[in-house]
Design a binder for this molecule. Sequence first.
Ligand SMILES: Cc1cc2nc3c(=O)[nH]c(=O)nc-3n(C[C@H](O)[C@H](O)[C@H](O)COP(=O)(O)OP(=O)(O)OC[C@H]3O[C@@H](n4cnc5c(N)ncnc54)[C@H](O)[C@@H]3O)c2cc1C
Length: 519
Amino acid sequence: MNRDAYLDLLKTHDGYWDMVVIGGGATGLGCALDAASRGYKTLLVEQHDFAKGTSSRSTKLVHGGVRYLQQGNVSLVLEALHERGLLMCNAPHLVQNQSFIVPNYEWWDGPFYGVGLKVYDLLAGRLGLGPSRWLSKSETLARIPTLEPQRLRGCVVYHDGQFDDARMAVNLAQSVADAGGVPVNYMQVTGLNYSGRMIDGVALKDRIDGQERHVRARVVINATGIFADDIIRLDQPTAKSIITHSQGIHIVLDKRFLKGETAIMVPQTEDGRVLFAVPWHERVLVGTTDTPVAGASLEPRPLEEEIHFILKHAARYMVDDPTRQDILCMFAGIRPLVGAVDGKKTAAISRDHHLEVSQSGLVTITGGKWTTYRKMAEDAVNQAAMIAGLPENECRTRNLRIHGWLKHVDRRDPLGAYGSDAVFIRRIIDTHPPMGQKMHPDLPYVGAEVIWAVRNEMARSVEDVLSRRTRALILDAAASMEMADETARLMAQELGCGPQWQREQVLEFRRLAQNYLPD
Ligand SMILES: Cc1cc2nc3c(=O)[nH]c(=O)nc-3n(C[C@H](O)[C@H](O)[C@H](O)COP(=O)(O)OP(=O)(O)OC[C@H]3O[C@@H](n4cnc5c(N)ncnc54)[C@H](O)[C@@H]3O)c2cc1C
């Protein structure tokens, strides 16, 4: 999947696209894959990079959502558990079974969460990942030796899924391409075009060369997440907002704070949220918060009180209390929530998805979760196909293998997350062995991954490579800054760019990465 090749396909396409999807996050990529795999001529455009928005900033869980069970939203949990099971089958190279403990510090925690998690097991049915059960204090500490032992009575252990969100997004874009669709990043929708009162295309601006063009579409899907209102207002300038923006942050810590392979789930924090501490790529991811924010941003910043909140809660469950100096990276994402009620906490707003169609035929799909992206896409494409008068082709994504599909992956293999593409990266190393050397002693990434990302994954900036093709920025922001020079040099060779481009890229990346570290 090379950007220049797909740009050519966009430029030379004659006539109408059956569907144009705006937004290259989980929702838009899901819609484009659904549409392309049904045989519809599909174009997906993303204004920045795939998963630049909320979709690279999640807790990385493919889960039913124990919290939604607490809130009594059984239908959402059922749907999400079903989707979790499908995703594990369709992308086994990326989704893994992760065990979690709910630590019990009060006598009633055990029976209370034990029963709740048995219901969770039951709802998962045959797509369950393993039964939940109670463990004694010593069994609990054997699993997590760094868990706070004072007053600990034991825990309930249960299972959910875990994945790498940005890598999944890239694999979905590649799957769109494999299915005959055309995904293009750095292509922004700047306007909607009409035939009579109905939308029949979009105006596009290439964010790399500045060129503008128009494409025609039988139907347009707005899958722009936190930006959904902006696209709706291109269609209806006086439309009311449908999105409530709620920020969640994570901090990343060294593995010594959470030894072992088991994650911690705290079911009830002070603001009524769930807090997770999850082993991820040899680090620990701790989050999250639920803070109402004024609007959409591609680079939201963690607030001081959010950092304080996470550190304070992490300290309650970890033997070593983490401090600001221990934060390897912190990142924020904004949830596109729909259905705000005045005075209601954002944590209490439903995570169900929302589908609406405007009078001129704009299909907007938003809300939901990464876990349910496939079902959201199925619903949106069903609706869009009807509006466009397309033949009623059946949805095929329930059992569609996602690009890179590989049944058995060695999780210790640094190239394991590439699934079946790993052989091609090894081939680059075979022909040029220096490309197999680590680019930084503290991170597993090698030069061949940079080359692969440019040639086959549409990476166009140092940030694309260090933030989303690899996860260097998220795992260790300071180390990623040290990788910027070499990344820019390798990319410049591939893209045919000069020393000035390299210098600008490095500067730009270092400026951005600084915001992922506490002051
Ligand atoms: C803190 C946090 C933790 C979460 N954890 C989990 C979790 O563990 N598991 C889970 O299942 N879900 C989780 N979620 C939810 C999940 O991440 C989101 O539901 C999902 O990523 C939303 O995807 P999206 O495609 O709708 O939005 P986005 O990923 O934001 O994608 C929208 C895209 O549209 C693009 N766009 C906007 N305007 C234009 C335009 N004019 N032209 C072209 N493109 C445009 C943007 O650049 C953006 O990339 C979490 C969310 C948050 C915030």
